[in-house]
Design a protein around this ligand. Structure first.
Ligand SMILES: *Cc1c(COP(=O)(O)O)cnc(C)c1O
Length: 397
């Protein structure tokens, strides 16, 4: 029984009639960019995320870039994020004109370590004029923090927001993997949804995300009306009315067919996320015996992850990946090279050893098959293959 890492065909079979109807309606009206379908989706996704505004754009990368620019990040700024993320987080920072800088992750949650962030900020000199911390590496003032809600789990935002307030920094969430994830804010005494915690947040609707388009799409969520307005300008060449270009913008709009498809899928997202959480609990139980050889995902009591990925961790990751592949089980590695060691960022001058927790995670993490439709017997087969590999390894040493 082959088990793919991801199976998108099944959900599209189930929703086929509704999706085809959306495409048909768009063809009939010949409304392909912007319009009612985009506005309807924006309205629904803002409600889902618990924010006042949602601005649909063409990708998660654009969402993050526009959110940073609209928040006031400028060239000559430094923006702090984590090295253990998809490259798009750093690209959006650079393409907003700022320089990315990094703090290491918490090795248990794989998200930004608030302690590391505190140490980083406390070691910075302060700009005498603005009081902002000056990055020791870039020599320019830090203006924003971008925590990444990796694998569907929200970073420890209370501590990050406290530090941001203390140092006068903006917080933009990279929520591209965390649609619907929840975080218990101990200082607010309530659960908060991904995308509603920072000043603004970026979501991706790349097909494999928890909410995926049938193509490229993304969105910004925020409670800040001015920021939302600026994002609307930025996605559409800076236009406030036809040919009234108030600022220089981009071509980063959300197309109507994708918005319509996203509205159809959004109606199922809460249930899909719940199925992912059930599947995660099933893996937790099935793999509990392997716990000595394998770290399972860590979900603190303040977190309700939506398990975009189910990631285990072990020393001989590559051998386990090969063993699973030989049994027809697909896996993934998110991510094999931390951003600061990518060729694209050689110019930053960062080296191996600069972010040891991210570097070690990159060599040890393995993403098992995870999607709402994954069957219990498929999970049993994955678990049996993992346990067999571990048992073999123990026999041979
Ligand atoms: C997917 C993703 C992005 C980029 O989204 P795109 O829609 O592919 O541009 C950014 N950050 C993270 C953490 C992601 O997983």
């Amino acid at each position: 029984m082959a088990i793919p890492f991801l199976d998108l065909a099944q959900v599209h079979r189930e929703l086929r009639d509704e999706i085809v109807a959306v495409v048909g309606a768009a063809l009939d009206r010949s409304h392909f960019v912007g319009g009612d379908l985009v506005e309807a989706f924006e309205h629904d996704f803002a409600a889902f995320s618990g924010t006042r505004f949602c601005v649909g754009v063409s990708s998660g990368t654009d969402a993050l870039r526009f959110a940073l620019i609209a928040a006031g990040v400028r060239s000559g700024d430094t923006v702090v994020t984590v090295p253990f993320t998809f490259i798009a987080t750093a690209e959006a920072i650079s393409q907003a004109g700022a320089q990315p800088d990094f703090v290491d992750i918490d090795p248990r949650t794989y998200t930004m370590s608030p302690e590391r962030l505190r140490t980083y900020l406390e070691r910075c000199a302060r700009d005498p004029r603005t009081g902002r911390p000056i990055s020791r590496r870039t020599g320019t003032p830090v203006s924003a923090i971008v925590p990444v809600h990796l694998y569907g789990q929200i970073a420890d935002m209370d501590a990050i927001l406290d530090l941001a307030a203390r140092f006068g920094l903006l917080v933009i969430e990279d929520a591209c993997q965390a649609h619907g994830a929840e975080y218990l804010s101990r200082r607010d005494g309530r659960w908060r949804t991904a995308g509603s915690i920072g000043l603004a947040a970026a979501f991706s609707f790349y097909p494999s995300k928890n909410l995926g388009a049938c193509g490229e799409a993304g969105a910004i969520t925020t409670d800040d009306g001015d920021l939302a307005h600026t994002c609307r300008l930025l996605r559409d060449h800076g236009q406030s009315a036809k040919y009234a270009h108030d600022i220089e913008g981009y071509n980063g709009r959300l197309d109507a067919i994708q918005a319509g498809i996203l509205s159809v899928k959004l109606r199922h997202l809460t249930r899909w996320n719940e199925q992912r959480r059930e599947n995660a609990r099933r893996y937790d139980k099935l793999l509990a015996d392997a716990n000595a050889a394998l770290d399972l995902p860590y979900e603190p009591e303040w977190s309700r992850s939506v398990y975009h990925l189910y990631v285990v961790r072990l020393a001989d990751r590559d051998k386990l990946q090969a063993a699973l592949a030989s049994r027809g089980i697909g896996t993934g590695i998110h991510y094999p090279v931390p951003v600061h060691l990518l060729k694209a960022y050689e110019l930053l001058g960062l080296r191996r050893g600069d972010f040891p927790d991210a570097e070690q995670a990159a060599t040890q993490v393995l993403s098992l098959p995870m999607y709402p439709e994954l069957l219990a017997e498929q999970q049993c087969a994955v678990s049996a293959a993992v346990q067999a590999h571990i048992a073999e390894g123990m026999g041979s040493t």
